[in-house]
Design a protein around this ligand. Structure first.
Ligand SMILES: C[S@@+](CC[C@H](N)C(=O)[O-])C[C@H]1O[C@@H](n2cnc3c(N)ncnc32)[C@H](O)[C@@H]1O
Length: 275
């Protein structure tokens, strides 16, 4: 799918305001908890596919006075990340436009290379991991956290809401992405030559009335938007009738007192071999 607010092709979820609101809720403590215990002041850290930067600035805080670099292929996201860093006084955070498969940093430059929800969108997983390996110092850490859409759910399901994940996964696959790559991170980093591999898994849950209201807003204004609907029908992953049924079920879910949702993630920490 191409987004009319961007010249970037093949980025399924787009850059609409509702998606940005969703990403701005990502913080280091909620979405990089597996990495935070490994961060100490003074480290030099790279955040791959930083998006609007809310998670990146938390990493910057954890390693200050070390330097945090964020890269994203989308200039509007880099501008947003710069604004968030400036507003929060994170003067150790620098952001630049770059493709994660072709970074301009020197070899052996970073102590930590991190990515959240980036491999899911990039066709060539090993190309990203090879760049991470190149720019990491020997002994440096790679950290990734990625979707497992198959393991995500909205309950109660009404025998339909599960289809939302299937439709989203098919859209991502149609754009050459990997909607369940979170469960294969251990295999991928081993294949890339990393050692000391520690995989984990976690959910980001939507439980409180405020969470459900917020998540419903994202579903209504992003997943059920004309943009995503048009992509789904253009790619042949859903008919209008199917999407209408899904919309009804999602609305029942939003207003159900027992509504609960969770997005599943796989995580990995691994090390670049010494010398
Ligand atoms: C789902 S967002 C995640 C943003 C952030 N990491 C977070 O979790 O809040 C994915 C980001 O990756 C970026 N992206 C996708 N493919 C990329 C590539 N090949 N190189 C650099 N950035 C890319 C997109 O522009 C988008 O901002």
């Amino acid at each position: 799918m191409t987004d009319e607010t961007s010249g970037t092709p093949y980025y399924t979820i787009g850059f609409s305001e509702s998606m940005l609101q969703h990403l701005r809720r990502h913080t280091a403590s909620t979405h990089a908890a597996h990495l935070l215990p490994h961060l100490t002041p003074g480290l030099r850290v790279l955040d791959l596919g930083c998006g609007p930067g809310s998670l990146s600035v938390g990493l910057a805080e954890a390693i200050a006075p070390g330097a945090l670099y964020g890269v994203d292929m989308e200039p509007t996201q880099v501008d947003l990340a710069r604004s968030i860093a400036e507003a929060g006084g994170h003067d150790n955070a620098t952001f630049q436009v770059a493709d994660v498969t072709g970074l301009s940093f020197d070899d052996d430059y970073f102590d930590v290379v991190h990515g959240h929800a980036i491999l899911v969108h990039v066709r060539d997983t090993q190309a990203v991991l090879a760049e991470a390996m190149r720019v990491l110092k020997p002994g440096g850490l790679i950290s990734m956290r990625e979707w497992v859409l198959d393991g995500s759910f909205l309950a109660p399901d009404f025998e339909v809401t599960g289809d939302a994940w299937v439709t989203l996964a098919e859209l991502i696959t149609a754009d050459d992405g990997h909607p369940n790559i979170g469960r294969d991170l251990k295999r991928h980093v081993l294949e890339a030559g990393f050692t000391d591999v520690r995989p984990t898994a976690s959910f980001t849950s939507y439980t409180t009335a405020e969470d459900i209201g917020y998540f419903s807003h994202v579903i209504e204004n992003w997943f059920l938007s004309a943009d995503i609907r048009d992509s789904a029908t253009a790619y042949g992953v859903a008919t209008q009738q199917h999407l209408d049924n899904l919309e009804q079920a999602l609305k029942r879910w939003m207003h159900h007192p027992g509504a609960f949702g969770a997005v599943a993630y796989g995580e990995v920490i691994a090390r670049k071999p010494q010398g």
